[in-house]
Write a protein that binds this ligand. Structure first.
Ligand SMILES: [Zn+2]
Length: 349
């Protein structure tokens, strides 16, 4: 996940045990990880946001080929760890780009100034035009963390699952005119912190805000400067979405009304039991967009036993994941977009 997963754990009364466990793991994370946890006050969306009336929709619900997405996931993981500047990172860049060969692709390439020196960063953006004025961004990071500590972390769930899901989205969007907003798929890079971030690593020497989210921050700044940002109606982020035991968090940094749309989409699909059982505040790739006033929703299952207790470990492998989870998250993201397409106007950000 978030190479930079700054996590502020909030809690539900019914999850005291989980909360205690989360805090225990977070203490460990705080010792040597970019991930952070601290308590903060949750703000239930219902308390602050007027209820949205959702437009009726009798069209067939969207589907996603979870098995095909899982195959992409296996192929990504087969390249091995994919830290910045590595040969395997380049192979994954080429793998994603090859998948998009018939699409309109923008490459956002730059050099990041990191605690370990200058490193190459490559955001890949595939653009699928729609009939409606405005853009919906779906993003996923595809890098794994810099190998100062763990040289064999392959990030099957953390970076792999969501990147594979976006490849499957591209299959659905290829060459078809869209009735609705334009969709831009973003495989962003250098989300993970460069400094060691977990067990056995050195204490982090950089403020976390400055050592993570390199790629997506660059993109947000670029789009703010060239005016693109004003056209973005929603920023949907996927991160760690493949866990066979899928529980997508309600993230309090995400935009409350957009989270409500997500829950409506999940409910229409019958997947609501996988959503919002827990409320967290998660620092992830959506933060640069949240800060710039773009409505954002982070689809993340932070309760992944092979990640948040043993941060970025070799246990984050394909066998912990499920095609069904990719299908659940994928279809919910697509239905979220369909609801947004049909809304006359979107609430103020
Ligand atoms: Zn991570």
């Amino acid at each position: 996940m978030i190479g930079f997963e700054l996590i502020k754990i909030v809690f539900l009364p019914t999850l005291l045990l989980s909360f205690a466990m989360a805090l225990a793991s977070c203490d460990r994370d705080n010792a040597a990880s970019p991930a952070r946890a601290q308590s903060s006050a949750a703000t239930p969306s219902d308390a602050t946001v007027p209820k949205i009336s959702f437009p009726p929709d009798s069209a067939p619900l969207p589907t996603v080929d979870g098995a095909r997405a899982m195959q992409y996931l296996k192929e990504i993981v087969a390249f091995g760890p994919r830290p910045l500047g590595s040969p395997s990172h380049k192979k994954v860049e080429d793998y994603i780009t090859a998948h998009l060969k018939s699409d309109t692709v923008e490459n956002d390439i730059f050099t990041a100034d990191t605690p370990e020196g200058k490193l190459p960063v490559h955001n890949i953006i595939a653009k699928f035009p729609g009939t409606k004025d405005g853009i919906i961004v779906i993003a996923s990071h595809y890098d794994t963390n810099y190998p100062l500590r763990n040289t064999s972390f392959v990030g099957a769930n953390d970076g792999g699952s969501s990147s594979a899901l976006l490849l499957e989205f591209a299959n659905q969007l290829h060459g078809k005119p869209r009735e609705g907003y334009s969709i831009w798929l973003v495989w962003d890079d250098a989300e993970e912190a460069i400094k060691p971030d977990g067990s056995g690593g050195l204490p982090q020497e950089m403020p976390f805000e400055k050592d993570s989210l390199y790629g997506i921050t660059h993109l947000a700044q670029k789009w703010e400067a060239d005016g693109t940002l004003r056209k973005i109606k929603a920023f949907l982020l996927a991160d760690m979405v493949g866990d066979a035991d899928l529980n997508i968090e309600r993230d309090t940094y995400s935009t409350p009304w957009l989270e409500d749309v997500v829950y409506e989409a999940a409910t229409r699909l019958g997947y609501q039991s996988h959503f919002f059982g827990r409320t967290l505040a998660v620092d992830d790739d959506h933060i640069p967009f949240v800060k710039r006033g773009v409505a954002s929703a982070d689809f993340i299952d932070f309760n992944y036993g092979y990640h948040d207790v043993f941060w970025h470990t070799t246990q984050d492998t394909v066998d912990k994941l499920s095609p069904k989870s990719l299908e659940i998250v994928g279809a919910t993201m697509l239905e979220t977009i369909r609801i947004l397409d049909k809304m006359d106007s979107l609430p103020p950000k």
